[in-house]
Unconditional design. Structure first.
Length: 203
């Protein structure tokens, strides 16, 4: 029993040491597995992996945000989304996987985050620039995944708050009520802190 408890604790201790915000540099790149598209031209979550593409991390985030958040949404919603996209990508950059002989961090589908090369938009770029130096992490500064789901319009989507997931539609709903990006993040991901990433500024 004691040995089992030690084994259960050890991975968390190792992660705290290796993936702490102060010990883990901001990614310069991320490896994206490109999957086959479906007949409608959309990246297929079950499609075969064609190749793995190394993408500049900043550009990756900029090319995800407008595909996960509507570029016409309120700035507070876009900024909350930009932080979630960045932390999700950063976490998976630290936890690569191997599938069908390909090693990668994320794929280009909603298995992870929907990525389309060179699809960045002015409004979502601005949201990313405004929040590039910020991280939303555990109190011990361990980098963690910030999952999210679409949810329903005209609602804060309480069900996702209870599951520690942000609702994309809910972020817009809260932004329309005047909530700040931090308040939106805190609504869905309780128990975390917003802090500055060491040696990282805006763009």
């Amino acid at each position: 029993m004691a040995a089992a408890m030690e084994l259960a604790v050890l991975p968390r201790q190792v992660e705290a040491q290796t993936n702490n915000l102060n010990n883990t540099g901001f990614p310069s790149y991320i490896r994206v597995a490109i999957r086959e598209s479906n007949p409608w031209g959309e990246p297929d979550t079950r499609g075969a992996i064609i190749y793995v593409k190394t993408v500049n991390f900043d550009q990756y985030c900029r090319d995800v945000i407008p595909n996960e958040w509507f570029p016409t949404w309120r700035p507070a919603a876009l900024e909350a989304g930009a932080i979630a996209v960045k932390m999700f990508g950063w976490y998976h950059h630290l936890h690569p996987v191997t599938v069908s002989g390909f090693t990668f961090d994320v794929d280009n589908t909603v298995n992870f985050q929907l990525y389309r090369a060179q699809s960045n938009q002015d409004t979502t770029d601005q949201a990313y620039y405004q929040t590039r130096k910020l991280a939303y992490v555990n109190p011990n500064l361990v980098i963690t995944e910030l999952p999210y789901r679409a949810g329903y319009q005209n609602s804060p989507n309480w069900q996702y708050r209870n599951a520690q997931k942000m609702s994309q539609w809910g972020s817009q709903y809260l932004a329309e009520l005047g909530r700040t990006p931090y308040e939106i993040l805190n609504f869905y991901y309780s128990g975390k802190v917003l802090t500055t990433i060491p040696k990282v500024g805006g763009l």
